[in-house]
Design a protein around this ligand. Structure first.
Ligand SMILES: Cc1cc2nc3c(=O)[nH]c(=O)nc-3n(C[C@H](O)[C@H](O)[C@H](O)COP(=O)(O)OP(=O)(O)OC[C@H]3O[C@@H](n4cnc5c(N)ncnc54)[C@H](O)[C@@H]3O)c2cc1C
Length: 267
């Protein structure tokens, strides 16, 4: 067994505005006074633009700008935080789907990845393949619930070592080192992984829109969720809170339960 550190997450990509295109659109509809706020993330400006487009609420009604304004709209909410606050309050969360964040989750187990991929709506995944890898040096993170218990830890190490040896023995049984054909070797290593523990460390890249991330964080940091997914989605939540404070303005960390909770659920 190769002990590894606890899972880590990296925010590696996020939706960006195309300022020229947005400016051209605003000009074509009559150049309303609205502009993206440079102190706010592109993701959050995009959410606001999506909402304002729906109701032509870029600015209060101006008969000179019929395509940009609406006679029913005599006042508009100012500021990205206030605008998004109202989106969250009214539950019109579909505008949050325009912006996506991509994370890499490293040193996570297949326990975690299997739970994560159950989230389908608005999500995309790419997971490290085990079809080519001989699992005779298994990376393994011992969760905190076992880390302080020496007897449990020793048992885990013993079983993982046993499974590693099974991989080696299977390699010998099938004469892996003498097989030249890559496809045959791939088929065999793929078959051997049935004897790998689902706790083995792996990597997954995951993209989700902001609406989906709110839902996943709420479900998976809950005290009812599993230890590892709580840890990883808790780290994702902290990044979201820091980088996208307006979309996550109603999300707070509850010290007592260790969960992130939302003022507005299921937006
Ligand atoms: C504490 C906990 C325990 C769990 N235990 C089990 C278990 O024992 N067995 C098990 O199989 N799973 C279990 N799960 C997984 C759970 O049942 C869901 O599959 C998983 O959390 C994905 O969430 P979601 O269904 O909200 O889907 P997401 O893909 O995250 O979808 C988000 C939302 O979109 C809507 N949506 C998505 N797809 C559809 C659709 N096809 N039709 C209509 N609406 C849709 C729903 O409103 C859904 O809530 C558990 C989850 C948690 C958090």
């Amino acid at each position: 067994m190769r002990p590894i550190q606890e899972p880590t997450v990296y925010l590696i990509a996020k939706t960006m505005l195309e300022p020229e295109g947005l400016e051209a659109y605003l000009k074509d509809i009559g150049a309303p006074d609205w502009k993206p706020d440079s102190s706010v993330s592109d993701c959050e400006n995009l959410v606001e633009a999506g909402g304002r487009m729906c109701y032509r609420s870029w600015q209060p009604y101006d008969p000179a700008k019929p395509e940009a304004t609406n006679p029913n709209v005599t006042r508009v909410r100012q500021g990205n935080d206030t605008y998004i606050e109202n989106v969250l309050k009214s539950g019109h969360g579909s505008v949050l789907e325009h912006a996506s964040l991509t994370f890499i989750c490293r040193n996570v187990s297949r326990v975690f990845t299997h739970e994560l991929v159950r989230h389908r709506a608005g999500m995309a995944y790419s997971q490290e393949s085990l079809r080519y890898v001989r699992l005779d040096d298994i990376p393994f993170w011992i969760p905190d619930s076992a880390a302080e218990n020496d007897r449990a830890k020793n048992k885990i190490v013993e079983i993982v070592d046993f499974l590693e040896n099974a991989q080696k023995e299977l390699g010998e049984i099938f004469g892996m080192d003498d097989i030249a054909d890559f496809t045959t070797k791939k088929q065999l290593t793929s078959m051997f992984r049935r004897l790998a523990p689902i706790g083995l460390g792996t990597t997954i890249m995951v993209t989700g829109n902001l609406r989906s991330w709110r839902h996943i964080i709420e479900m998976r940091t809950s005290s009812h969720a599993e230890e590892e997914i709580r840890l990883v989605t808790g780290k994702i939540a902290a990044i979201c809170k820091k980088h996208f404070p307006n979309v996550f303005q109603d999300m707070v960390f509850d010290e007592a339960s260790g969960s992130w909770t939302f003022g507005h659920t299921k937006v």
